[in-house]
Design a protein around this ligand. Structure first.
Ligand code: NAG
Ligand code: NAG
Ligand code: NAG
Ligand code: ZN
Length: 305
């Protein structure tokens, strides 16, 4: 009998260990009885020193004249995208026909998926912060470098375009995504948007997209690989407060639908020795960057409220 018990305990051990090594956000730790790994224990490269997200101190960013406009390809293609709850976020799968070039990137990058980070609080849901300020949500469009399969791992293998989201007027362009959330409350569920939208529909005015920050960092989820060239746009997307709250209300981390999916936000990481760059400012101001640096800083700060 004792032997049988011992065997049962042994048999029960492996699944338990697997559960313990599964990563989660801070907010999931307590309700899951600390059986998952919170951000402080994430594995892979997560405890290294070139991590993301970071706080962007706009006055300390350095103007880089090579950071020009992006060329967006397929961003105008309207499609009924597949949307998935992956247990950590809601993800829109982007197929193979969307790509970016320019924007100071070394080559063309193909879009794979977009996903978001959010909170119920309108000042807690972004991963990156501007001068310590957090936004309601942050949207990441993840692109992969087009390259030969044999080539080495580089610090810019992945290009993520990051957009802040703030509470404002209702955004009808986001509605097909917001409405899809009701269909995918539990992890591993997917659905198709009921109407077609293009990526441009989700972004701020195209004219504003030449204002952005650039630095080298990591994925913000395990294994936090340090191979991401980050572009964080200054101009936020506006969604209505109710549209933002829908993400926390409709989506769940768990199959039992007991943990609302919210605060899926990694804490800010130390910038260390890294420099954050900013794209060139509009028009003639560019000709004398040193003389105009204070004016540019003012403009940038003004732009960020
Ligand atoms: C956590 O522990 C409580 C009390 O033992 C239990 O009711 C609950 O189901 C557990 N939750 C999980 C996610 O295991
Ligand atoms: C959507 O879910 C179904 C059922 O689980 C699965 O068969 C299908 O592969 C999924 N589709 C995508 C695009 O993930
Ligand atoms: C959690 O989800 C339930 C069910 O959708 C919803 O009624 C509730 O408002 C959500 N809680 C929060 C705090 O968002
Ligand atoms: Zn992300």
């Amino acid at each position: 009998m004792r032997l049988l018990l011992a065997l049962l305990v042994l048999a029960a051990a492996p699944p338990r260990a697997r559960a313990a090594s599964h990563w989660c956000y801070q907010i999931q730790l307590k309700p899951s009885n600390y059986t998952c790994l919170g951000p402080g224990e994430w594995e892979g490269s997560c405890q290294s020193n070139r991590q993301s997200p970071v706080n962007i101190v706009t006055a300390k960013t350095q103007l880089d004249p090579n950071l020009g406009r992006f060329s967006f390809s397929g961003y105008d293609r309207k499609h009924q995208w597949v949307v998935e709850n992956n247990g950590h976020t809601v993800m829109v799968l982007l197929g193979d026909e969307v790509s970016i070039a320019g924007g100071g990137l070394s080559t063309r990058y193909r879009a794979k998926q977009l996903h978001l980070h959010w909170s119920r609080a309108m000042d807690q849901g972004s991963e990156h912060t501007f001068n310590g300020e957090r936004f309601a949500m942050e949207m990441h469009i993840v692109h992969e470098k087009e390259k030969a399969p044999s080539s080495n791992v580089n610090e810019d293998d992945i290009a993520v375009l990051a957009f802040m989201v703030e509470a404002g007027s209702n955004n009808v362009n986001f509605q097909p995504l917001v409405e899809a959330l009701s269909d995918i409350p539990r992890p591993n569920m997917n659905t198709t948007m009921k109407s077609s939208i293009s990526l441009f529909h989700l972004l701020p005015e195209e004219e504003s997209l030449r204002h952005y920050f650039r630095y080298l960092g990591s994925l913000t989820t395990p294994t936090c690989d340090e191979k991401v060239v980050w572009t964080v746009f200054q101009e936020p997307i506006q969604l209505h407060r109710d549209q933002i709250l829908a993400f926390s209300q409709k989506l769940f981390y768990d199959h039992e639908q007991s943990m609302n999916m919210t605060d899926n936000v990694r804490p800010v990481q130390s910038l260390g020795q890294r420099q954050v760059f900013r794209s060139r400012a509009p028009g003639p101001l560019l000709s004398q960057p040193t003389l105009l640096a204070p004016a540019l800083a003012c403009l940038t700060v003004g732009f960020l409220r």
